[in-house]
Write a protein that binds this ligand. Structure first.
Ligand SMILES: Nc1ncnc2c1ncn2[C@@H]1O[C@H](COP(=O)(O)OP(=O)(O)OP(=O)(O)O)[C@@H](O)[C@H]1O
Ligand SMILES: [Mg+2]
Length: 234
């Protein structure tokens, strides 16, 4: 379980997260929703150690991880898939996947490239292709697959659906749901696409200008018309 207590993150004079309390239960999908600039990416960067919290505490499985480095976070079982689908474009799909196994956590049997290909068969078909030739959907599958090779307990996903066709989004979300249900993976899913995210999430957290404005079962948030209009854009 991941727990944030009073987390504040600033960029110079800009307060991107203010006094955020949040819980992501183990083995569940927690969606983090909110408009542009709400602080969603900063939240993931603060959890994974790419950005230092200015105040507050972050605990993962009871351990204080607020000041761990990103390497220590990987070994603790946290994998961050940042927005933008960054891959090494001049390496092949398989070579990119191999990078994911570096510094992996050792809390359970290691995930193999074959396991990732079982989840995303297109990555097997394209294993010798250079990453720059992939479509957006294939790249998203590659960055998720690469993160899984670190054998994480928890996956932080930043806007995986951005710019992808609905069919591809359902395929990717289907795999995420499968990992959660079959292997007990814990997921924090950041999305502007609130409707899709709430359809696969167990719990939703809504951010507005760096503050938590709602945190509840996904179905309850999806049924709240005022909240949807005010913060979720549908
Ligand atoms: N590197 C940075 N330097 C200064 N301000 C930043 C930086 N990154 C983000 N911010 C500011 O912090 C706030 C939160 O940004 P953040 O990227 O976390 O939002 P977001 O919810 O991920 O937005 P989006 O939906 O556009 O990805 C915004 O006001 C943004 O302008
Ligand atoms: Mg963002």
């Amino acid at each position: 379980m991941l727990e944030l207590d009073g987390v504040t993150s600033r960029y110079g004079p800009v307060t991107a997260l203010q006094d955020v309390d949040l819980v992501a239960e183990a083995g569940r999908i927690t969606a983090v929703l909110g408009a542009n600039g709400a602080g969603k990416t900063t939240l993931l960067r603060t959890i994974s150690g790419l950005h230092r919290a200015d105040a507050g505490t972050i605990r993962f499985d009871g351990r204080d991880i607020t000041r761990l480095s990103t390497d220590q976070m990987t070994r603790a079982g946290m994998a961050h898939v940042p927005e933008g689908r960054g891959v090494i474009t001049e390496l092949t799909v398989k070579e990119n996947l191999r990078l994911g196994a570096l510094g992996r956590s050792t809390h359970r049997d290691a995930v193999s490239i074959d396991d990732v290909v079982d989840l995303f068969p297109i990555l097997g078909d394209r294993s010798n292709a250079l990453a720059h030739t992939l479509s957006g959907g294939e790249r998203q599958m590659l960055v998720i697959g690469r993160a899984l090779l670190a054998t994480p307990k928890m996956l932080l996903l930043d806007e995986p659906s951005l710019g992808l066709a609905p069919r591809i989004v359902s395929q990717i979300f289907g795999v995420i749901r499968q990992l959660v249900h079959e292997q007990g993976l814990t997921v924090l899913l950041v999305e502007q696409n609130a409707r899709s995210a709430l359809s696969i999430a167990d719990v939703g957290v809504v951010l507005g200008l760096g503050k938590v404005v709602a945190q509840d079962d996904a179905a309850i948030l999806a049924a709240d018309e005022n909240l949807r209009h005010a913060y979720l854009g549908y």
